[in-house]
Design a protein around this ligand. Structure first.
Ligand code: SAM
Length: 333
């Protein structure tokens, strides 16, 4: 098993600040959990990287046993214990012997164990350094497994999968930062072709909300712009330990071929459109940030642009389809 080593990039081990920091929990306050970013190609990441573990300067924690491991709520550690759910997720993914699969948050290895049996290579990114020894116990002998002990919000996946240039991804995502991780994954789409991920059911509801649904928001448009989303199945709380209060959903996200739109401008327009969800698209575009105003005003103002796009000015952002957002963007380009 390969393990990436290193310090936190500032030449510090970053340790000695108690259990939270040692487990990689300290940067959670910096995690933009479920926070919107205006530019998905540059999602906001924690200001200070978490300690990169595995360095010789890092004190080695006692080797925890699977049964004595204390799950961290802050790291969203609800481990899958229902073998049927594990099988369903892996069957949905269908890993092939000649491909690279990335797993975010392998935890105690519920999915990982079978993944390494079925996939060509498995690159697993886990933030909690206490889980390293547990994964070692199970997977140290597997040549096709690489553990990256890092914050998935910062990991450069395209670099980690080399020499492969594309991979598919599977994850039972930590719910508290699932939106932020999704944004980060979408930003790295150049080396990702498909993802099968388990998320909080409400997040999947928002993610897949069609135009016109009150649940539609920035996340729905972001996912629709880049991915074909298909909801696969629901998972009851009893499939996890500790048992969460919420249901989960497994969703397949297949990356689309990109349309010919100025992506940065698209996200400025979508951001401005959703700035005040209860206001009309006209009002939100009239109050758009200065950079966008400089494109809107010379073209006759927001109502003219909306008229050219055949979008009723009284509509709200949640009713616009991805084609309408792209059309607005082209008119402002
Ligand atoms: N895959 C395992 C399973 O299904 O039983 C564990 C899933 S658990 C819901 C989420 C996992 O993500 C935990 O192992 C947690 O430590 C890890 N995690 C949390 N935040 C992370 C981050 N920022 N980067 C990488 N892994 C993270």
């Amino acid at each position: 098993m390969k393990r990436r080593r290193g310090t936190n990039g500032r030449g510090e081990s970053g340790h000695g600040e108690g259990e939270k920091r040692r487990r990689g929990e300290s940067s959670e306050e910096n995690h933009p959990a479920n926070e919107r970013v205006s530019d998905p190609t540059h999602p906001r990441v924690p200001a200070s990287p978490p300690p990169r573990v595995g360095s010789s300067r890092v004190p080695v924690s006692p080797r925890p046993r699977v049964d004595s491991f204390l799950p961290s709520k802050r790291l969203g550690q609800n481990f899958l214990v229902d073998r049927r759910v594990v099988e369903r997720i892996l069957n949905a993914l269908g890993p092939q012997g000649n491909e690279t699969i990335i797993e975010i948050g392998p935890g105690k290895g519920a999915l990982t164990d079978l993944l390494v049996e079925r996939a060509g290579r498995v690159i697993a990114v886990e933030f909690d350094r206490n889980l390293g020894p547990l994964l070692d116990e199970r997977l140290a002998s597997k040549d096709n497994f690489k553990l990256v002990q890092d914050d998935a919000l910062q990991t450069e996946l395209c670099a980690e999968i080399r020499p492969a240039t594309r991979a598919r991804l599977v994850a039972n995502l930590p719910y508290n930062i699932s939106t932020a991780i999704l944004q980060r994954l979408i930003a790295q789409r150049e080396c990702l072709s498909e993802m099968v991920v388990m998320l909080q059911r409400e997040v999947v509801d928002r993610m897949t909300a069609p135009a016109g649904s009150s649940e539609r928001g920035y996340l729905s448009v972001l996912v629709e712009a880049y991915c074909e989303a298909s909801r696969l199945f629901e998972v009851a709380p009893s499939a996890f330990k500790p048992v969460p209060k919420i249901w989960s959903s497994v969703v397949r996200l297949t990356f689309r071929q990109l349309a010919d739109t100025d992506e940065e401008l698209l996200w400025q327009v979508v951001s401005a459109g959703f700035a005040q969800k209860r206001k009309t698209i006209l009002n939100n575009l009239r109050n758009a940030p200065e950079a966008l105003q400089q494109r809107i005003k010379p073209r006759g103002g927001a109502s003219i642009i909306l008229c050219q796009a055949d979008i009723q000015p009284a509509r709200r952002a949640e009713t616009l389809t991805i084609e309408e957002w792209r059309l607005l963007t082209r008119l402002l380009n």
